[in-house]
Design a protein around this ligand. Sequence first.
Ligand SMILES: Nc1ncnc2c1ncn2[C@@H]1O[C@H](COP(=O)(O)OP(=O)(O)OP(=O)(O)O)[C@@H](O)[C@H]1O
Length: 975
Amino acid sequence: MAKNTYRQPTSPAPSRANEPRPARNQPRPAAEPAREPRRAEAKAAPKAPRKPLKLPSVSLGNAFGFLRDRRFQLFLGFFFLLTSIYLTIAFVSFLFTGHADQSVVESLGSTPTKEAGQESGNWLGLLGAMLAQLLIHKGFGVAAFAVIPIVFFLGYKIVFRRAELSLSYVLALCLFTMGWLSLLLGYVVLTIEAPDADPALAHSLDFLSGGIGYEAALWLDSLIGWGTVLLLAFMLISFVVYFFNVTTLNLGRGKLGDEDLIFALEAQSQNAEAAIQNFNAVVAAEEDEEEEADPAPQMTLRRVGPVATPAPQPVAAAAEPEPEEDEAEVPAISSGSINSPAPAFGAAAAAVPLAVASTASSALASASGTMAAAGAAATSAAAGPSFSFETPTDPEPVAALPARVPTPLSMADLADDDALLPAPAPREPEATSHTPALQIDTKPGELDPAAGADMARIADDDEDMETMPAVNYDPTLDLSRYQYPTLELLNDYGVAKAQVSKEELEANKDRIVETLGHYGINIASIKATIGPTVTLYEIVPDAGVRISKIKSLEDDIALSLAALGIRIIAPIPGKGTIGIEVPNTKKEMVSIRSVFATEKFANTEMDLPIAFGRTITNEVFVVDLAKMPHLLMAGATGQGKSVGLNVILASLLYKRHPATLKFVLVDPKKVELSIFNKIERHFLAKLPDTEEAIITDTKKVVNTLNSLCMEMDKRYDLLKDAGCRNLKEYNRKFIERRLNPKKGHRFMPFIVLVIDELADLMMTAGKEVETPIARLAQLARAIGIHLIVATQRPSVNVITGIIKANFPCRISFKVTSKIDSRTILDAGGADQLVGQGDMLISQGSDIIRVQCAFIDTPEVDRLCDYIGEQQGYPDAYLLPEVVGESGGGSGDAEDFDPSSRDSMFEEAARVIVTHQQGSTSLLQRRLKLGYNRAGRLIDQLEHFGIVGPFEGSKAREVLIPDEGSLEQLLNSLPK
Ligand SMILES: Nc1ncnc2c1ncn2[C@@H]1O[C@H](COP(=O)(O)OP(=O)(O)OP(=O)(O)O)[C@@H](O)[C@H]1O
């Protein structure tokens, strides 16, 4: 580089100059080992100047010092930029005025310049006409347009000190294009200009090839005749091969090579990371195959920069970057000659062989296409000398919500030969499949081919897991373009203002002090903390005052403060103070947007983060459902339970990818959760063969719960097989490809079961729901199934002992009585809440008061629309099928509702009458039923007089003697 030329003399020269030089013929000292390497170095290095280079160095430096002057560089740069514009206009104008101007320019010697200028028709005057005449007419014809990018590029590079391409790249490409195209057009013009051709036509075609192109073509034609065409083709191929460093041709395969296909598909799927992986695999494979020393250094694309981001991000793949200053200093003059490809060009060139190989069978057309492709690839390169795969259509997801998404190291290609197979067509999801990853949306145009290839390969993988490559599986790949919801979907209520005035604070304080004084309790100090709903007054009583005394005065204090919702916390856990919470006269609404926008939620590392709202000290309250691990929620009607559930669901929707979380929604009230129907194909799970994912029919709930129990058992089996203790460990192992899908292993999303009204279910199905709920609550924690159960009637027959025991984390909105509060929280206080999202959260011994965030129905609507409108899975996530039992049975005769006969009632009756044996186990065996259901059938048969009453260990008496009588009876029953 020129810069080095100028610098070189200054550094080593002076020191050398001071060294005493040995006389020419003087023998060298025999032993001087340390000098040997230096001699070798000196030999290899360019010959050192004999004399000190002080003079030339100084003079050169001075002479060209202005080149480093930034002002001069800018002057030069803008000159080139404007020249490129000037040339463009002059050249375009030439296409229209060129013929007329020809005589003007040629007569220039004899005509005064001013007159000639006036006659010239070029839009840019005489100079424009002269330049165009010189470069187009006399030079290279229309191919002379290729000069413009060179001039523009020079200017751009000097002014902006950066460019995606190297100068040598642009020069080589443009100069070749100019020469080659000019020659080609020259030959075309020559062919058209047959002796008998119309001279006007021939004349009008002159400008196409220009003088040089025409003369060269003429010369070649006389030398090799029509071999010129072959020579032109050969020139183009040679250029492409050398310029783009083509080393592989896939002629045998005809169309796209497999590697190319994978590469193209991956690039298309915008999975740059996968493309890089594959590209490197392909390059490695080629190297192995060929075992040829490649003259050009092989390029390895690698990832730079962090990639763990909320959604697919542009991933840069860079060759070794050129030092920035080399680029910046003396940029234009340094690369006068065409050197070996600069890194940017190298990277582009490395990408090109695939494209070239793919179309090599149609040499000329493909080669020019390749050049265009290479140009495009290089143009889209990342800033600086690196090369990148951009993901052009995917906008950045909300910066404020960097959800935790597995690093998109996602391509499941095996590093062995499998990786070179073309991506197979995506498979139809199996009916019984519960793995979302296997479900690929086949909507035209939306299919993610890389994902299809990925999963198909996993499924086909017969290999021992030892041979699995170290490329991680990415469960999110099926919906790799999924965009996390943005904060813009939520209402912006602005910054909340403090709602409590100083006067209000003072007045409350005085009243507290006064009231306590009436009861002989003196206060040492009092401090107020203003929360969104209540203000907490922390009291330090005088020494000797018993805490229980203050607590017993709770009602009296509340009365004297004349406000509802006074809660006394005596003492505040972890502090030696007593807390009195007094509701604010003006409540502050905590908007969900303000909570989601906090760093605490946005940067959380939790698995299932829920941002409930703000605590009394205005801190954002975020909890991890995965750690809770289940949640029981109570609250009288209209106190904010539904809003609370929406807040929970929205929190999870904002932070999880559809591949990693599924909801099972049970909504006996039928209207509360129906809004979430839109995200069925993204986030909901359901039983196979059911229409609606949201369960509103209480009978179906039992099946769903049983199905979840089956899923739980299956998951436990898989965990046991994998030697993992919990879901996180298991999934990590699966992602690292240490578990074989052939052995049933699969990526398992979290499943969150939400029951909006437990009371309804307990009334209609009793034990049938209680047992699986308790079972799930007891066991499901480790395998990623979490329960959120809400009820407005926290009475003991709804929240039974067994349910309560398995839900250590409970939330209560305002309830109507102290008893209800005790039932849900094991403590009072929930009855004194102020409503509208004011809630208490009990996690073991601690009870925290939180103002639940507010999310309005239109906001939930927008959120669901935003998710629902994106590409989803073909169906909801399918839970295991529950065979046989459609309703189950409690076995309690008093629970039986005669109007709802079991669908197998008639069959059961026939079995009993045929065998004349009224036994439950007979039904179980014959009809393959569970004990509960068979028991319930027997109760129904008893009700309709088919079998007699329970007789202890003996089978029941069968009251219908034969099948004929039975049919008569059955026909007489109401349908
Ligand atoms: N966090 C909150 N902040 C402010 N207002 C709230 C909040 N939660 C609820 N509200 C107010 O209370 C009203 C009732 O809330 P919500 O519908 O959630 O009650 P609910 O307990 O589900 O009642 P139901 O059981 O009858 O469905 C809301 O319409 C809203 O006006």
